[in-house]
Ligand binder design. Structure first.
Ligand SMILES: Cc1cc2nc3c(=O)[nH]c(=O)nc-3n(C[C@H](O)[C@H](O)[C@H](O)COP(=O)(O)OP(=O)(O)OC[C@H]3O[C@@H](n4cnc5c(N)ncnc54)[C@H](O)[C@@H]3O)c2cc1C
Length: 232
């Protein structure tokens, strides 16, 4: 469906990632992990782009989470104020999770967290039995989006495990270091061969994660992928 809605909240997640929340029409339904088209502007200035809903269907608002690029559409989105109107069309996409797998592995970097945050929040809110292990790679500690929330869901739910890995650690970083690799996956997810994987984010990252999983012997049917163009 296509509808107009208004901005109800904006949240700066990291220095270059921002979430924007919109009023959710009662008749709009979607699955965790799906995306919508957001249109900004009028007449010839209208621009439409894809955005995953980082909110969960269990939440009372719609949220998208944008990596800020400094380009015109990104600036217009980042500049939205409470009450501003946008047009939304959707939902679309088959990169979804409704509890159909008991064991899930998630591999992501940067903005690729958006659909995975939706799925993890959905799983927690619906009290699903699925075991989810998320590997989330970022450059610096300050780049970890949804950090408090992800760590909170991990603390409160034995089914959720979050491994944050940093490639440019500061002196205080006590966690995992380096890009997601086979040794890391095997160490924190010994039953990896039994898991269904979700990987999302910039195209190069997703390509690298799919190659890694295939080299580790994960069949194609156990790998679900969503690529965000425009960031490589
Ligand atoms: C299914 C799907 C889901 C998505 N979900 C998300 C999401 O949840 N969050 C998110 O942030 N993004 C998401 N994206 C990507 C999003 O749709 C945009 O492509 C992305 O945000 C880049 O838009 P932009 O306006 O910031 O950059 P753009 O202006 O579109 O820039 C994209 C590319 O073009 C180049 N470029 C742009 N302008 C110029 C110029 N003047 N000169 C030279 N090069 C230029 C840039 O360097 C960059 O490489 C998703 C995409 C898909 C397909």
């Amino acid at each position: 469906m296509t509808f107009e809605t208004i901005v109800v909240e904006t949240i700066q997640r990291t220095p270059d990632i921002k979430s924007i929340r919109f009023e959710k029409p009662q008749r709009f339904h979607y699955l965790a992990g799906q995306y919508v088209f957001i249109t900004l502007g009028d007449g010839p200035d209208r621009i439409t782009k894809h955005f995953t809903l980082s909110s969960s269907p269990t939440e009372g608002f719609l949220e998208i989470t944008k990596r800020l690029t400094g380009h015109p559409f990104s600036n217009a989105l980042a500049g939205l104020n409470l009450g501003d109107r946008v047009s939304i069309k959707g939902p679309y996409g088959a990169f979804t999770f409704q509890g159909e797998y008991d064991k899930v592995g998630m591999l992501s970097g940067g903005i690729g967290i958006a659909p995975l945050r939706s799925m993890i929040k959905y799983s927690v809110d619906q009290e699903l039995n699925a075991s989810i292990i998320l590997f989330y790679s970022n450059s610096r500690e300050s780049d970890i989006a949804f950090r408090d929330e992800l760590e909170g869901m991990q603390r409160e739910n034995p089914n959720i495990k979050v491994i944050e890995t940093i490639t440019r650690p500061g002196l205080d970083w006590k966690g995992v270091i380096g890009r997601i690799n086979a040794e890391m996956v095997k160490k924190f997810m010994p039953d990896y061969i039994e898991r269904t994987f979700y990987t999302s984010g910039p195209q190069k990252m997703v390509d690298a994660m799919v190659s890694l999983l295939r080299e580790m012997g994960i069949p194609k049917e156990q790998i679900k992928q969503e690529r965000f163009p425009g960031y490589d």
